[in-house]
Write a protein that binds this ligand. Sequence first.
Ligand code: CTP
Length: 418
Amino acid sequence: RPDIKNLKEEMEKQLPESTNSLLTDISRTAERTGMRVYLIGGIVRDLFLERPNDDIDIVVEGNGIDFAEHLRTDYGGSVKMHETFGTASWIHPSGLYIDVTSARLEYYERPASLPDVELSTLSEDLYRRDFTINSMALCLNPEVFGDLVDPFNGQADLRSKTIKVLHNLSFIDDPTRILRAVRFETRFDFLMDKQTESLALNSMARMRDLSAHRIVEEMKRLFKDEDPPGTIKRLFKLTFWQQFGVDDGSAEQSYIHAGQLKMFYEIHKPPAGTKPRWFNYFAIPFFTSKKMYLMSQFSLTKRNNKFLQDIRNLSDMEGVEQIREPGEFHRFLKHYEDEAIIFMIAKENMENEDIITSYLKRRIDMPVFLTGEDLIQEGMKPGPHFRGILLELEVAVLNGEINTRDEAVAWLHENHMK
Ligand code: CTP
């Protein structure tokens, strides 16, 4: 299809009413103040791809903070400034955040990667971005509303489904962009072009210079997207895992485990949720390489630590495959979190998967018929053996053998008080 030069129609058709009305407001303020204002980034790309996105990012050729103040004057709300970057957020009265950036040179240090040729201030701003498909802008001033500014031909790369950096130092400037590239590849079913892929490979070692926090942030986004097993595989090919001590040879096994994990959630719909959490996928290559200990550096929360600890302990457990009753699982698995249990069993493709799922479902709202206090009331002497008795009671409840408090009391007398 021929190049699109103006996207006014697409905007009206695709963006929500509220977004369009906001853009009209911004357009009016641009007119009043005589500043050149652009809509930029992911939303422009997604208009071409016909994917929903209402994340408004604005670039101003001039002072972004001033422009945000003008918006507040015209329509209310408030302004939050980030002085050092020359950016501001206009917080619309509805509570929506709109980022306003300055494309004014003096705010930036000029990076080495900028070419000597003169670029307009807007083009220079676009040139600092990650990929051609993200480096398009739409004019918002009324007389040119919806006009596309696309100096690096992002439109052509969208058409050929290509992720392409704008210059050779892009991944050196910011190695997280390699992970963004993979994310866009899987999300849109695009591919990096040859040059971009080889730059990614060459810069991959820089990944080790990033803080765990930054890697974790990207992983969260990566494994929320469409195809986690494919993502794991792709990251092996680009030698991401290998930077952190994972074995090259674990790729295939990791891919399979990720697929099984994904499928387990889809088929069994366990209480742990509809999808595995990002950390589960992230753990797979380390697990497959038997190098979970290398992963603890990325385990920034209590929940993730517990997960790692559970996996480590579950790896040593034997005999779970033979179990045929929900309650019996409880003896083994009482202290383990759902997601760790699923992580382990999904990999085995075990015949008793259904029973495990039904165990997980039952244990969430397992009634507590008796407590230690009740045992004393019934005339038992307190002691460490209470633990074992209460566990046996839970096992019987989970197996459906005990359904009321009276039955529990009868069971107690029958089995433990004779
Ligand atoms: N960007 C960049 N380098 C990064 C992160 C972001 O150049 N490491 C640029 C990209 O051009 C991107 C814009 O900043 O379009 C906004 O970033 P973000 O909101 O993270 O990305 P989106 O493209 O909007 O992606 P998503 O749809 O996932 O939000």
